[in-house]
Design a protein around this ligand. Structure first.
Ligand code: GUN
Ligand code: ZN
Length: 437
């Protein structure tokens, strides 16, 4: 296979760091080289180009080339109900989410939305995601198939729920276990795909179902777990009533063997100190979903507490409670949440949480989240000058065609980015999205 060359300003975190403000690599005039779907070389254009004479080169100068972005918590079935009016979590689930998710019983519909969903990710520069599908096994299959065709790194789970939701959306303890196991056997570890056991949240699973999924977690220790934790105060009170014997919300998941280093808990807005400590002890990850938390009025994530407790963090859209598929835009919302808490999220801290930091949290940084040689060639070309306003805002970030201030460029995009920002998205070395000229 041939080398392929991409010239652009290049930004990434080559290593895990506790200091994202300084721990990044930046090449003003950089060259990225791919071969066989992997990154083969990276560095300054002037130093590398002589080694690759005669190879295909795409000139993306004017763009910032960054690792494919990672969205660690997103709901495929909620694509079409994004921005649904007027409710907080529990009523929002009843009024909008459950009726929409019921449509996924229809395989044709599930296939259509899986394709739209994946395209939404790619056109916003997201190449990896941790995805909740619906309760229907077939809907998870559809997304696995679409992601497999694109050779994308996706972590996908069939939602499990056997109570406190409409009957047509209920599985059972035993079907949740068998269907999840069948999906694991078929897809987990195939190409770049992984499975996530997905009890929706404690209120919609019986003890028997949580126990069945906990058994699977033991049986398949490298399978991920994703669920919701401590998002909304009414939800937390409900969990207390449903599980009176447990010390706190996280204790419910812990009792059923679901709190480990491959567990990703969405939200975590109202944790008590025992929960913070347990998350740290078990090396679990929090998915911080700022646009969702603001949209549903759920609360403000306490970034400072998360840092104090050294809990692993990632950033996520949580579409359709989240209001955009765009991770940069989502980081802009995270910045506002931190402002309301009188803390500061720096541009590089935010960027870290959707690239290397997120990959590291999920144990995937050998293959995604950075542009190191040997990793999978998932990368995105961001055009800071995609609109009149963004051109004006970022004019001082450029010297001629080249980005010279990546930090302010990233920060400007947090406010302004949308799908027009993405010039192109590559997955395993192949272009999966190219903006029309
Ligand atoms: N808690 C349980 N289910 C959901 C969901 O679909 N979205 C959000 N934001 N929270 C949940
Ligand atoms: Zn969610």
């Amino acid at each position: 296979m041939k080398f392929r060359l991409y010239r652009a300003s290049i930004l990434h975190f080559p290593k895990p760091t506790i200091s994202p403000d300084t721990g990044f690599d930046f090449h003003r005039d950089g060259l990225l080289v791919t071969r066989n779907g992997k990154i083969a070389d990276i560095g300054p254009y002037s130093e590398l180009i002589s080694l690759y004479q005669g190879c295909d080169l795409t000139d993306y100068r004017g763009n910032l080339l960054v690792p494919g972005l990672i969205d660690s918590h997103v709901h495929l079935p909620q694509t079409e109900m994004i921005g649904s009016y007027g409710e907080q979590l529990l009523q929002w689930l009843e009024s909008y989410t459950f009726p929409t998710e019921a449509k996924f019983e229809n395989a044709d519909y599930a296939k259509e939305i899986a394709s739209i969903f994946l395209n939404q990710l790619f056109m916003n520069g997201t190449t990896s995601a941790m995805v909740y599908t619906s309760v229907h096994k077939n809907a998870a299959e559809m997304l696995f198939e679409e992601a497999s065709e694109k050779n994308a790194n996706m972590i996908i789970g069939k939602v499990c729920m056997d109570r406190n939701c409409p009957e047509n959306l209920q599985d059972s303890a035993s079907t949740a276990q068998t269907e999840s196991a069948e999906l694991i056997e078929k897809w987990h570890g195939k190409q770049r795909l992984s499975y996530a056991l997905t009890p929706r949240f404690a209120p919609t699973s019986s003890d028997a179902q949580l126990a069945a999924l906990g058994e699977l977690a033991k049986q398949y220790p490298d399978v991920f777990i994703q669920t919701h934790l401590s998002e909304n105060k009414s939800e937390i009170n409900w969990v207390k009533k449903l599980f009176p014997k447990f010390e706190h919300y996280l204790d419910v998941y812990d009792h059923f063997n679901m709190v480990h280093q491959r567990s990703v808990f969405g939200h975590c807005l109202h944790l008590d100190s025992h929960e913070w400590c347990l998350l740290k002890e078990r090396k679990s990850t929090i998915a911080f979903c700022p646009s969702s938390n603001l949209f549903l009025g759920s609360g403000l994530f306490d970034m400072e507490k998360a840092m104090q407790h050294e809990v692993k963090l990632s950033l996520a859209t949580d579409v359709g409670a989240g209001t955009s598929f765009n991770m940069l835009r989502t980081m802009g919302e995270a910045y506002k949440v931190c402002q309301l808490n009188h803390t500061r999220l720096s541009p590089m801290q935010g960027f870290y949480m959707m690239t290397q930091g997120s990959a590291e949290s999920l144990g995937l940084s050998e293959s995604i989240g950075n542009l190191n040689i040997g990793t999978d060639a998932d990368f995105v070309l961001l055009n800071p000058k995609f609109s009149t306003l963004s051109e004006l805002r970022t004019q001082n970030c450029f010297d001629g065609k080249l980005v010279v201030d990546p930090i302010d460029t990233i920060f400007a995009l947090c406010t302004l980015a949308d799908e027009r920002t993405t010039s192109a998205t590559y997955v395993a070395g192949k272009c999966v999205y190219q903006q029309e000229a």
